[in-house]
Design a protein around this ligand. Structure first.
Ligand code: C2E
Ligand code: CA
Ligand code: CA
Ligand code: CA
Length: 275
């Protein structure tokens, strides 16, 4: 009976108010994150399996909030999407990545590529193409050294997506499908969209050694990508045996904790660029 009484009064749970306040406060903090220079980009190397060379990196955002501590993208990107803050944050990512490419080029690393994540709202924004073009020009970088990762979900309506991707392709930017295999209509858009790279989702890679279905799906995506002339990257590689499986299946690149976690610029330079 006592328990029931408790349940009844759940409506007045004080946490409820604080949950709402937390979201409001998170948004308030996020609005100031850029000017307070609390955002940083980490870089995760993508290893070319046959040569073990590293020439490309995925940029992954982190928010080191002065009041709330380190916040992971899965906790603030959805909020940024809802509030429209993804536009200034996304622009910051584009600019910071381009600046980093310039900086590495200046240090003599000419042949490198940085992949950035583009969220659905950002992709549908009308001036994305111009924004990217402006940044490539501002930092005088080779367009193909910037890669944009878009999920199948973000691609949405074909009628709107094809012209955007075609414009990006005309500029020369590298286009990559993130989390490949987890969305819809994959095969029809492989035919219609100007794609350069397929990223096999980590959910398939995770059990590639002990689940026959995951192994079959992974192998099939690699063959599909290769026969279409695309580069294939496997994500979430945590074990040597997974890397070996992927190499045998002729997957070109792999990314994951087995090789390296997302790292700060200095660490990337020390471990992967300075020879
Ligand atoms: P994603 O694009 O699918 O990125 C892959 C996630 O897997 C990253 O999480 C990465 O740190 C993590 N990861 C890498 N290797 C391994 C591994 O071996 N094992 C496991 N279990 N995980 C691994 P992170 O950095 O927390 O990012 C989460 C998501 O947040 C990303 O998923 C992406 O959707 C989004 N995100 C990150 N940075 C940005 C950004 O700059 N802009 C936008 N719009 N979204 C971003
Ligand atoms: Ca990604
Ligand atoms: Ca991914
Ligand atoms: Ca993902």
């Amino acid at each position: 009976v006592k328990d029931r009484g408790k349940a009844h009064y759940q409506f007045y749970r004080p946490e409820m108010n604080s949950e709402i306040q937390n979201v409001v406060s998170l948004e308030m903090h996020l609005r100031k994150a850029i000017e307070k220079q609390e955002l940083i980009l980490l870089f995760q190397p993508q290893i070319e399996l046959s040569t073990v060379k590293v020439k490309s990196f995925e940029a992954l955002i982190r928010w080191n909030c002065s009041d709330l501590g380190m916040i992971s993208p899965s906790d603030f990107i959805p909020l940024a999407e809802e509030t429209g803050l993804i536009i200034p944050i996304g622009n910051w990512v584009i600019e910071t990545a381009c600046k980093q490419i310039r900086n590495w080029n200046d240090k003599g690393y000419e042949d490198i590529r940085i992949a950035i994540n583009i969220s659905p709202k950002q992709f549908q924004q009308t001036n994305l193409v111009n924004k990217i073009k402006t940044m490539l020009e501002k930092f005088h970088i080779e367009p193909s050294s910037l890669e944009i990762e878009i999920t199948e979900g973000a691609m949405g309506d074909k009628q709107e997506t094809i012209p955007i991707l075609k414009s990006l392709k005309e500029i020369g930017v590298t286009i990559s499908v993130d989390d490949f295999g987890t969305g819809y209509s994959s095969l029809s858009y492989l035919k219609q969209f100007p794609i350069d790279v397929l990223k096999i989702d980590q959910s398939f890679v995770k059990d590639v050694l002990n689940n026959e279905k995951d192994a079959a799906i992974t192998t099939t995506i690699i063959h599909l990508g290769r026969s279409l002339g695309l580069e294939v990257i496997a994500e979430g590689v945590e074990k040597a045996e997974q890397a070996e499986f992927l190499l045998n299946a002729q997957c070109q690149k792999a990314q994951g904790y087995y090789f390296a976690r997302p790292l700060v610029v200095e660490e990337i330079e020390k471990r992967f660029l300075l020879k």
